[in-house]
Ligand binder design. Sequence first.
Ligand code: SRM
Ligand code: SF4
Length: 515
Amino acid sequence: MVVTATETASLNKFEKIKSEKDGLAVKAQLEDFAKIGWEAMEEGDRDYRLKWLGIFFRPVTPGKFMLRLRLPHGIISAVQMRVLAEIVQRYGSDGNADITTRQNLQLRGIRLEDIPEIFQKLKSVGLTSVQSGMDNVRNITGSPVAGIDAEELFDTRELVQQVQDMITNKGEGNPEFTNLPRKFNIAIAGCRDNSVHAEINDIAFIPAFSGETFGFNVLVGGFFSAKRCDAAIPLNAWVTPAEVVSLCRAILEVFRDNGLRANRQKARLMWLIDEWGINKFRSEVEKQLGKTLKSAAPKDEIIWEKRDRIGVYRQKQPGLNYVGLHIPVGRLFAQDMLEIARIAEVYGKGEIRLTVEQNIIIPHINDACLAAFLTEPINEKFAIDPTPLTRALVSCTGAQFCNFALIETKNRAVELIQELETELTLSKPVRIHWTGCPNSCGQPQVADIGLMGTKVRKNGQTLEGVDIYMGGKVGKDARLGTCIRKSVPCEDLKPVLRELLIKHFDAEIKPEFAK
Ligand code: SRM
Ligand code: SF4
């Protein structure tokens, strides 16, 4: 995109930053940055352009950066996990890793002076963090049990990797897609339970047969933002797996060249679709693709409720099992990561999977080893049968590290759930999602109960509080929840949640807590 001088004057802050210098350009400057230190860096490079390499300056913890990786399909090897563990281990209590709501890992406590060495280590084990922040395509999600689930329709692992390779030039960085109008999410589902939350992605491929032939119906424009949240809508297109990469490319090119850039709040794909209408959008995509798209298949194959994959399950490969371990709000420390890598190697084939619910799966555990696996001490910290509320708890980063946050989330979420579980009996999981601000990274709109951070006034004081969402449904017939109650101070939240759980989710008060 060539920007003239007159246009530059009218650009918003982020478009100016991008037009002055491409985000990827900082790749060549990392050694210099490491030498001069973060305090001496130009602000545009430090606070924004580094995010093109996945390096996030954290105003809450200046000098301790966050590094967001790309883990297509949420798959990581034990060798890779060990390298990441060693990276965070050297930062002592500052170092940890979070599993994200996009099946990904973010490392914390990272010092800029170590980045060149860290990047070499990542490369040596085939990892990249390129284009994982700002106006780029984010981690591409797929079923966490692809290739091991007997009931899946299509193993999407290779496809997800191919899409990532196209977008990132095999992890080296691809200037073709480093100046999108805004962030962009892609999900590819080959399973029946919509484990990827297809409906909240800018492009989602969902399984559908055209006659006997397997392929995907395509949804577009799903997104959450502080101002607006929308589920993806049908593009009225059906593609074979072989056509997925070129369709992603065509849609990205149309978005890159035509997406709205003036107002950052209106720069996501759905706003362009609104402006053009879905028919014009579809025909522009066809033009870019150089061929006509087939109409969508009449029905898709998302016919199951969503499965959380925590616990022990048989694989499609005879004699093998996968075990889903619950990781409370996705937080891992170096020791945990080393231990996870160890058990994946000892009992499995050295592979680990991450889920969008911020948990892990260890696949390929032999029948003969399963009993021994289940006696490993790690099962005490990361349970295979957590209690119903704990089991389905998800939380974004919140105030501990995120400067957008209006409230603390992860620690509070865990504590409150434990208190509620002390008082209540529940027969099935209730999906409670916390998000620290209206950006909705913790996806409160897909939850049974979503809690969105806000500031509230009480007795003349400003306190941390939440807006409460309900009605989100995942899996088959997915729909977004809506706000049912505003501005509940966090200090008053427990009785409110207790009531909601009793009224809507059949929770019962334990006798010792009944009045
Ligand atoms: Fe997010 C910005 C964390 C998933 C919507 N998100 C941020 C930043 C980068 C803000 C910042 O610079 O501090 C947060 C980093 C905090 C930190 O230190 O960790 C952040 N987002 C996250 C993660 C880590 C939440 C989590 O705890 O899991 C998730 C990382 C996913 C990944 O691996 O790439 C994360 N963010 C999401 C999702 C959920 C999803 O993708 O399924 C959404 C809603 C879906 C969507 O994007 O349509 C989401 N994040 C946002 C937005 C609002 C976007 C918009 O169009 O307005 C922002 C703010 C922005 O981009 O300006 C944001
Ligand atoms: Fe930060 Fe807000 Fe996203 Fe939570 S929802 S990670 S507080 S930007």
